[in-house]
Design a protein around this ligand. Structure first.
Ligand code: SF4
Length: 89
């Protein structure tokens, strides 16, 4: 999968929700590269900015897109931990 393809999937994921992709395309491109690199090296689309402890439970938490509305960054800054998704204004 290429960057543009996963970005399109993320856009579709955010459709009709109260968040959208970060309008800063450099951030989105960098995260797409990170997620796809993890998929290639680790077999799953893990979040590029967060570390797991190797447990199944933690690994599930790290699959991107994750359940970021539980993150403090969502409550405090209106964005997922990495800044891939931001609140719609
Ligand atoms: S914090 Fe953002 S980039 Fe990281 S897994 Fe969650 S949605 Fe993806």
């Amino acid at each position: 999968m290429e960057n543009d393809q996963i970005i399109k999937l993320w856009e579709e994921f955010a459709e009709g929700k109260d968040f959208k992709l970060n309008p800063d395309t450099k951030i989105v491109q960098a995260l797409a590269e990170g997620v796809l690199k993890n998929e290639k090296n680790k077999g799953f689309r893990f979040c590029p900015c967060r570390l797991g402890d190797g447990s199944h439970e933690k690994n599930v938490d790290l699959l991107c897109p994750c359940n970021f509305i539980i993150h403090s960054t969502w409550k405090d800054k209106g964005r997922c931990w990495c800044g891939l998704f931001v609140k719609r204004e």
